[in-house]
Design a protein around this ligand. Structure first.
Ligand SMILES: Cc1cc2nc3c(=O)[nH]c(=O)nc-3n(C[C@H](O)[C@H](O)[C@H](O)COP(=O)(O)OP(=O)(O)OC[C@H]3O[C@@H](n4cnc5c(N)ncnc54)[C@H](O)[C@@H]3O)c2cc1C
Length: 271
């Protein structure tokens, strides 16, 4: 981060990868190295439009390049999707609390992701792969609306081939070529996947998915403090000044974006 938290660093777009019709990964070379921890976010300046917050999707140990995987949602993301290699964006951050990886040591790590929510989880997973010897196992349960809506199509199957890692992927609607499961992601969260007494669950995805995934985790026997959520509230400054992203008594930008269910369960409709 620069000494002025409002001052963006320039970053050149080195590659744009079309993940799905709505999601692209931008591989950026910042003019200064940026260190981040998985779960932290950055404010990305899109020239002519403004800023929007995104969580890097790349390996936090890779400091020369940083990747963001972005779904087209409105004005800022729409313009970002038009940018090409060689063009420049700005980066402020990283901001916020990361996933507390040390709390996952010795445990089963149950990662539940949906749609573009798989992007921050990719950074988490790549970080966890560096410390697999400290984990009991990783169980990945990922979903998307259809096979073409799954990001990281080439890379995803390799995750399940890693030591101590199991992967199950589902889609809401399959097609004739889809060999996997069909149904919402909560349908592939089953008793026995992990030991809830010695596990941490991490959920990131659309609000409706997060809501039902938390309910399922509680039914499976998880305690509130072992469920970690990446909360995405409308953000502006990213540094706790503007109060746009308040979540009950918390500010998503400085107290989150990673929260435990214990921290947010009392908030009426935290989604
Ligand atoms: C900490 C954090 C990390 C995020 N990481 C990612 C990521 O890795 N990949 C990704 O694709 N998206 C991510 N988002 C969401 C992303 O910031 C929004 O999609 C983006 O700001 C929308 O801007 P827009 O101008 O394109 O859309 P707008 O025209 O502003 O709005 C389009 C729709 O998106 C909603 N929206 C607007 N701003 C936000 C916001 N900040 N958060 C959630 N919804 C919003 C609006 O309510 C509206 O429904 C993240 C958000 C936060 C807060």
């Amino acid at each position: 981060m620069t000494s002025n938290p409002y001052q963006p660093i320039r970053a050149e777009i080195k590659e744009v990868i079309a993940e799905t019709p709505q999601i692209k990964t931008f591989v950026l070379a910042p003019e200064k190295e940026i260190g981040f921890l998985s779960g932290q976010f950055m404010q990305v300046t899109i020239p002519g439009v403004g800023e929007a917050p995104f969580t890097p999707s790349s390996d936090p140990k890779k400091n020369d390049m940083i990747e963001f995987t972005v779904m087209k949602a409105g004005q800022a993301t729409g313009r970002l999707h038009e940018l090409k290699s060689g063009e420049t964006v700005g980066l402020r951050g990283p901001f916020g609390h990361p996933y507390p990886l040390d709390k996952y040591h010795g445990k089963d790590v149950y990662i539940i992701g949906g749609g573009v929510g798989i992007a921050p989880l990719r950074a988490l997973l790549l970080a966890l792969f560096h410390e697999l010897e400290r984990l009991n196992k990783i169980e990945l349960r990922l979903g998307a609306r259809s096979p073409e809506d799954l990001p990281f199509k080439q890379e995803m199957p390799t995750w399940g081939k890693r030591e101590k890692t199991n992967l199950v992927v589902t889609v809401d609607r399959g097609d004739e070529k889809w060999p996997g499961k069909v149904g919402v992601v909560t349908e592939i969260m089953l008793p026995g996947d992990v030991n809830p007494e010695a596990a941490a669950a991490i959920v990131c995805g659309p609000p409706i998915m997060m809501k039902f995934a938390v309910k399922k985790l509680l039914d499976l026997g998880f305690s509130d403090k072992d469920i970690y959520l990446s909360m995405e509230k409308n953000m502006s400054c990213g540094i706790g000044k503007c109060f746009h992203c308040n979540l009950g008594k918390h500010l998503c930008c400085v107290d989150g974006p990673v929260f435990t269910w214990e921290q947010v369960k009392e908030i009426p409709d935290p989604w």
